[in-house]
Design a protein around this ligand. Structure first.
Ligand code: UD1
Length: 422
């Protein structure tokens, strides 16, 4: 197993570019199954999660191959199996994105239930509600979601759940409805940029989807979708992570790419901490602000503060002036990183659904264990400003969502390396 070692204290400067968005590429790969012709995707990040999705698609009979560093060719012509097995789905929850396309193309699906994750339960009731509304007969058997449909017929539905809308459910139903008979209206839809990209992609194949970016999606079913060539957007969460790194340990760090419109609440919180930002054409530059003013953050569905940026902001606020409160309304238990940050000397008190971060003057390097993707990023960021060496173990989590993070931070001047654990 590998770990990452960071020697804290280097000053970061220069520029860095985010890769393509993982969370946009995953549903778009799955949506390629809706087509009867090959698909070419550009700006696809080289990540373990992308490989896992490629394996899922391979099992289903589609051919996925890299044709360039970040270019994927997907040939869905051989789609024949309708089963996404447990062994693959348990590795990545986003495998459930194949459910909608399978039901649309084969009128049948058997997809393993993904289960929870290290930061709490992650139900799929809204996915199933949407597929049922379109006419799918859904049952749960032996840990699998089974769907049979004679035909899919457009329907009006509300997919807002108790903790807000679901990106995954809205996407799955958008995909299934794109080949259904008639018009589907999804109220209470998730509004993330990933949904906008998915809509653009389906429309590029000849689909008729509108409303993405708002809470109401309208999908006019078509009889067939064709081949397309499509560019994945920049990863705004990865970009945000490098901006936080720049605020924590930078002099002047420019994060290039087209992401600032998707990251407004994070930019606003960074400014509230006193970090100076310059938002320009195709890049955001951040000036270092190692002792941030305390701020309060509450995560919320898009366009609110993303839960996927909460851990990184916590790492930053550990050296804040005063006490900050972070509340996660989407995943109230997503605070595994807090107990590891304590090992660096942070002062964090956990409460129900929230964490109080009392700023300390300095952190000191220690051995840490990563528990999930964004927690790993947070621990690496904290290591950048902790005195001495920080060793972050179980680093396989980071490779699910950050492409070459040690190279990108190294390029900015961080002293960071990946080593085999002895
Ligand atoms: C996506 C992101 C993930 C991010 C999360 C929340 C991808 C691949 N993953 O996950 O990085 O942390 O959004 O922004 O894009 N819910 C239900 N019933 C359901 C589905 C969801 O109650 O059927 C709840 C969830 O428990 C959660 C909320 O709805 O509280 C949002 O979940 P959802 O948007 O579905 O997250 P994912 O798409 O799984």
């Amino acid at each position: 197993m590998e770990k990452i070692i960071i020697v804290g204290g280097s000053v970061l400067r220069g520029k860095v570019r985010p890769s393509g968005s993982k969370n946009s590429a995953l549903p778009i790969m799955a949506a390629s199954l809706l087509s009867t012709e090959p698909i070419i995707l550009h700006h696809v990040p080289r990540l373990v999660d992308i490989e896992t999705m490629a394996q899922v698609m391979d099992v289903l009979g589609a051919k996925v191959e890299w044709t360039g560093d970040h270019d994927l060719r997907i040939d869905p012509v051989g789609l024949s199996s309708y089963e996404a097995p447990y062994d693959l789905v348990r590795r990545m929850r986003a495998s459930i994105y194949v459910l909608g396309p399978l039901v649309a193309r084969l009128k049948k699906a058997k997809v393993s239930l993904p289960g929870g994750c290290s930061f709490g339960p992650r139900p799929v009731d809204l996915h199933l509600k949407g597929i049922e509304a379109l006419g799918g007969k859904v049952s749960l058997e032996h840990g699998y979601i089974m769907v049979n449909a004679d035909e899919l017929v457009g329907a009006k539905m509300n997919l807002a759940g108790a903790s807000g809308p679901s990106r995954g459910a809205s996407s799955n139903v958008m995909m299934a409805a794109s080949l259904a008979e008639g018009v589907t209206v999804i109220n209470g839809a998730a509004q993330e940029p990933e949904l906008v990209q998915l809509q653009e992609f389906i429309n590029s194949m000849g689909g008729k989807v509108s409303g993405a970016g708002s809470d109401k999606l309208t999908v006019e079913g078509v009889s067939q979708l064709k081949g397309s060539e499509f560019e994945i957007m920049d990863d705004y969460i990865e970009a945000g992570t490098y901006l936080v790194a720049g605020a924590m340990a930078g002099e002047m760090v420019a994060v290039e790419g087209d992401f600032s419109a998707n990251l407004k609440p994070v930019l606003a919180s960074l400014e509230e901490t006193g970090a100076r930002l310059e938002v320009g054409e195709g890049k955001v530059t951040v000036h270092g602000n190692p002792r941030p003013t305390a701020v309060n953050i509450t995560t919320a569905p898009y366009p609110g503060f993303p839960t996927d940026m909460q851990a990184q902001m916590m790492a930053y606020l550990c050296r804040g002036r005063g006490s900050s409160v972070i509340r996660d309304t989407i995943y109230p238990d997503r605070f595994n990183h807090a107990q590891e940050l304590l090992r660096l000397g942070a002062d964090i008190v956990r409460e129900d659904g929230s964490a109080i971060i009392n700023g300390v003057e300095e952190l000191s390097g220690a051995y840490l264990m990563a528990s999930d993707l964004r927690a790993s990023a947070a621990l690496i960021l904290a290591g950048l400003v902790a005195r001495g060496e920080t060793h972050v173990r179980r680093i396989y989590h980071i490779d699910r969502g950050y492409e070459r993070i040690e190279e990108k931070l190294g390029q900015l001047g961080a002293e960071i390396r990946r080593v085999e654990e002895e």
